[in-house]
Design a protein around this ligand. Structure first.
Ligand code: GLA
Length: 334
């Protein structure tokens, strides 16, 4: 019988570059994602892609997922390597999620593959950590667990407060009278993997000076002598505080405050974490000045990709929108 696996992308209302240092984040799933239709059986995994060239053709036991061709098939290979599935799968991948735009398309792909191969979606932490290891193994980006964990844990109409220090997830109701709009900057994230690893290393260096960033406060961050490390730590420590302020604002339905927190977060990503670009900044500024928009920020690792706006459902944004709506469903298998 033909199966259908689905995994969504995500945007972060707040909390970027906070997952890998045990901090707080507030992502939500979107209505774009990766779908796999296929049939289980046999000893091979054979997956074509509607949007990309080539076919992933893999045996059940793989030695070097990072050498798989075509390159997109490395994500499939990473999951197969980590999962050691009992049987094969033949099918087609279809994605409505643009890749390389900060919308977590790689996590959606790994989660959809894991679901199609029979991963236990009732064990969200297990599946997310498998997909995180798969991405490390496949492409060498030291990504955090946030993206796959959001894809397997979210519930409709709710954002997820993720506490990566306590391994705790809480659903936060998204206000009934608001929407998120995603606007693509059109800018490729060329620097992304090397700069991402560099930011990660800088956070580790800061932690050697002031202890875990999760426990540190902005005052401790500003006490660091090295200006770069100080600024990196300042972003993480202020963002952790903003996440909890945002949870209160969403619960109160206070969209003005929610929007201001997003603008503050963007400024922190731009000035302290230095992962924004002039084009992302200009888009955020355009959206900030648009009627019906409460706030806007870049989302994802940065260096290009998308910005999001928290807006009223009736707002006319006068820029092309990739997707617009409310938090959608988690990954599932039919
Ligand atoms: C990438 C990583 C995530 C997270 C974001 C930044 O998407 O995969 O783990 O660190 O960047 O928030």
């Amino acid at each position: 019988m033909t199966l259908r696996a689905w995994a969504p992308g995500r945007v972060n209302l707040l909390g970027d570059h906070t997952d890998y240092n045990g901090g707080l984040a507030l992502p939500m799933t979107i209505g774009l994602g990766v779908e796999i239709r296929g049939d289980r059986g046999g000893d091979w995994i054979i997956l074509g892609s509607e949007g990309k060239d080539g076919t992933a053709e893999l045996p059940l036991v793989i030695q070097h997922p990072n050498r798989t061709e075509p390159p997109w098939a490395r994500y499939v290979a990473g999951v197969v390597f980590e999962m050691l599935p009992a049987g094969g799968l033949t099918g087609t991948i279809r994605s409505t999620l643009p890749s390389g735009r900060g919308l977590s398309s790689s996590a959606a792909l790994t989660v959809a593959v894991a679901a199609a191969l029979g991963a236990d979606l009732d064990d969200p932490e297990g599946v997310a950590s498998l997909c995180q290891r798969a991405e490390h193994r496949a492409v060498g980006v030291p990504c955090g667990i946030m993206d796959p964990l959001c894809a397997v844990s979210a519930i409709p109409d709710h954002a997820l407060r993720m506490d990566f220090g306590k391994q705790q997830l809480d659903s936060v109701r998204f206000p009934w009278d608001a929407e998120i709009a995603i606007v693509d900057s059109g800018q490729e994230r060329v620097l992304e993997s090397s700069a991402y690893a560099q930011r990660r290393a800088e956070c580790e260096q800061a932690e050697k000076l002031i202890g875990p960033l999760r426990q540190a406060n902005p005052k401790a961050a500003t006490s660091i002598g090295d200006p770069t490390l100080s600024a990196r730590a300042l972003h993480v420590t202020t963002e952790n505080l903003r996440v909890d302020d945002m949870v209160v604002a969403l619960e109160d339905g206070d969209l003005q405050i929610a929007g201001e927190l997003m603008l503050d977060s963007h400024a922190s990503l731009r000035d302290d974490f230095e992962v924004s670009t002039p084009r992302l900044d200009a888009l955020v500024e355009h959206l900030r000045l648009t009627d019906g928009v409460y706030g806007a920020r870049m989302t994802g690792a940065g260096f290009g990709g998308c910005v999001i706006a928290l807006c009223s459902p009736s707002a006319d944004l006068s820029v092309p929108v990739v997707w617009r709506g409310r938090p959608s469903d988690r990954a599932h298998l039919e």
